[in-house]
Design a protein around this ligand. Structure first.
Ligand SMILES: [Zn+2]
Length: 454
């Protein structure tokens, strides 16, 4: 289903001759540009500025923070040779940019008036994935946004983590109409080097969850390793508090395609549809009328002047997930009307003067109609967990602990079902009162969500 959707939507080409690397075709890249814009606008409103950092990181930098290095060592691409020479100092292709950026922060930050520093990169990273790759979901190169922030206090850093989640919610839920669970990851599943990690998971139709965004409070760990200090108001030298926020642009695109798509093709949320309204003349004599009315439409619009049959034109735009079509033929010309034909199949003929108003109502309705709540099933035993996984749902259960002492119970779940404890929900408050851990039967300290993951 997913692979068919990629093809129908003409989003990527997977025939590139390097395993795990894909080509993004124009329609896919145009959606991606809109995704970037939506996130970047909100990040900039929140005081972030764009930066560029090199794609390569010197080996020494990556090695500096031990836990971080261990977390990434097995999946970095090494550059050991250049031209005809072996490199004295090896380089890596960045798998994420903490160790590229933080040595520079140490140079930039001197006093408390330099803080906060809030920057973002909209670029590619590379990870040598050895698990089976899947276009846009798991590959050896992916596009994302990463923010890197430095603050005076722990409170400022925590507030930023919450702000990051607010930004993610605005775009992912409100604009893209993707439901998710927002969780605090268990301690054994934190980002390498972070104090705590908050993550956003969507549920794909095949029953696996996909992590599409994460924000981390790094505390002062990296600051101490990279010596990022500032003179505070009290004349004391202090380490900064840091956060970073990763927004998986490729994975968000994959979620839009897979979760919203249907048997016909893509169904794009209007916010990121490269064309929101396709204007379709069904006869050559209606082309002028089509061009004329298209000027009145306050959406991203394309007039389809191709030589295809009307049926093929409809099919073309439907496959690509365009929310609305405005169809005109001799009848509409004569009556001074247009026929609005939605991606949902709904059709309505209206006078030309009403077109803009009806389009705006119908596109809003269409967007709302995309939202589908995530399927969650309450479970209290391993048998019930197995059932939930079979039903392609996210299981919700009592769990003894998401700190290290709960790891044994997690391992049972991992071994039996190859599923993951995603963590404790933070977008809603849930009390584990009266619940027992579904593995060991001890009193539950957390309500957790369990699913297979990508
Ligand atoms: Zn337990």
């Amino acid at each position: 289903m997913y692979d068919e959707l990629l093809e129908k939507g003409d989003v990527v080409d997977i025939r590139y001759p390097a395993k795990g690397f894909i080509v993004v075709k124009p329609w896919g890249m145009r959606i991606i540009k809109h995704l970037y814009r939506e996130f970047e606008d909100l990040l900039e409103e929140d005081g972030h500025h764009p930066v560029h950092f090199p794609a390569v990181i010197p080996e020494d930098n990556l090695r500096k923070e031990g836990e971080h290095f261990k977390g990434f060592e097995s999946e970095v691409f090494w550059i050991t040779r250049a031209g005809l020479k072996e490199l004295q100092k090896k380089l890596i292709l960045r798998p994420t940019s903490e160790t590229a950026i933080y040595p520079m922060f140490a140079l930039w930050i001197k006093g408390h008036s330099d803080l906060p520093v809030k920057v973002y990169l909209s670029e590619a990273v590379w990870r040598y994935e050895t698990k089976a790759t899947r276009p846009l979901i798991r590959g050896r190169e992916f596009l994302w946004i990463e923010t890197h922030d430095a603050f005076r206090t722990h409170e400022d850093a925590h507030a930023q983590v919450l702000k990051d989640l607010e930004i993610a919610t605005k775009v992912i839920k409100e604009l893209l109409k993707l439901d998710f669970i927002m969780v605090r990851r268990p301690d054994w599943d934190r980002f390498a080097g972070a104090e705590y990690t908050y993550a956003i998971d969507v549920l794909l139709p095949d029953g696996k969850v996909l992590q599409i965004a994460t924000t981390h409070n790094l505390g002062q760990k990296f600051a101490k390793v990279f010596d990022i200090k500032f003179m505070d108001k009290d004349e004391q030298e202090k380490y900064v508090h840091q956060t970073c926020f990763g927004i998986g642009i490729y994975r968000i695109l994959a979620s839009i395609i897979y979760i919203h798509g249907d048997e016909v093709g893509l169904r794009l949320p209007s916010a990121v549809a490269p064309v929101q309204v396709a204007v379709i003349p069904v006869k050559p004599e209606a082309e002028e009328y089509a061009k004329e009315i298209s000027k009145d439409i306050p959406y991203r619009t394309e007039v389809d002047l191709s030589q295809k049959s009307p049926g093929n034109k409809f099919f073309y735009w439907d496959k690509k997930g365009v929310p609305a079509k405005v169809v005109v033929g001799p009848k509409e010309m004569q009556e001074g009307t247009v026929t609005i034909s939605m991606r949902t199949g709904e059709k309505i003929t209206v006078p030309r003067e009403k077109m803009v108003q009806v389009l705006s109502e119908k596109i809003k309705e269409y967007d709302e109609g995309l939202f589908k709540p995530i399927a969650i099933k309450d479970v209290s035993s391993l048998d019930e967990l197995e059932q939930a996984i079979k039903e392609k749902k996210v299981a919700r259960a009592g769990f003894c602990s998401i700190s290290e002492e709960g790891k044994q119970c997690y391992q049972v779940i991992k071994e039996k079902f190859n599923a993951e404890v995603r963590g404790e929900r933070i977008d809603i408050q849930e009390s584990p009162e009266g619940m027992k851990c579904l593995v060991c039967g001890k009193e539950a300290k957390h309500v957790v969500y369990i699913a297979k993951q990508y």
